[in-house]
Design a protein around this ligand. Structure first.
Ligand code: HEC
Length: 127
């Protein structure tokens, strides 16, 4: 009986430890949306989700989704280019989207400017 008890305790402890380890790994390795996801779901298309939000025509849900995606961009590492520059660009996307959500008139323009496809691709996208 005693060995069973120790065995169970060992199993439980191990489960707990590996469970915590997994949480941590999931936390810093993988944002919910990869850069590719954000590009396909947020930037591509006519009109893209990003363009809709910038024009002020997006629903609250769409606005929130875009914000979530841009927050993932901030946490991702670009395939190339300077990380400081990447942070700056992606944080501008986040803050412009927040301005739109908060009903600030300048938000839409700021978002259009921050969502500069070519400039960001030249700096951070591999060809
Ligand atoms: C903040 C920087 C940034 C901005 C702004 C940006 N992109 Fe990107 N985009 C990237 C990076 C980095 C990649 C490469 C991702 C990779 O290879 O993992 C990429 C890749 C892409 C891809 C290829 C995705 C795939 O299938 O692999 C498309 C399409 C795309 N971008 C469209 C756009 C469009 C359209 C805009 C403007 C409305 C835009 N992007 C604005 C950074 C940006």
């Amino acid at each position: 009986m005693r060995t069973v008890k120790y065995f169970m305790m060992a199993v439980l402890t191990m489960g707990l430890v590996s469970g915590l380890g997994m949480f941590r790994a999931a936390d810093d390795a993988k944002p919910k949306y990869s850069i590719e996801d954000v590009m396909k779901k947020g930037m591509k298309g006519k009109p893209s989700l990003c363009a809709k939000v910038a024009s002020g025509k997006a629903s609250k849900d769409d606005q929130k989704k875009l914000l979530e995606m841009f927050e993932c961009l901030c946490k991702s590492k670009p395939p190339k280019g300077d990380e400081g520059d990447w942070k700056k660009r992606t944080e501008e996307l986040v803050s412009a989207t927040k301005e739109v959500i908060n009903g600030k008139a300048a938000g839409g323009k700021a978002l259009q400017k921050a969502a500069n496809c070519k400039a960001c691709h030249q700096a951070h996208k591999e060809d």
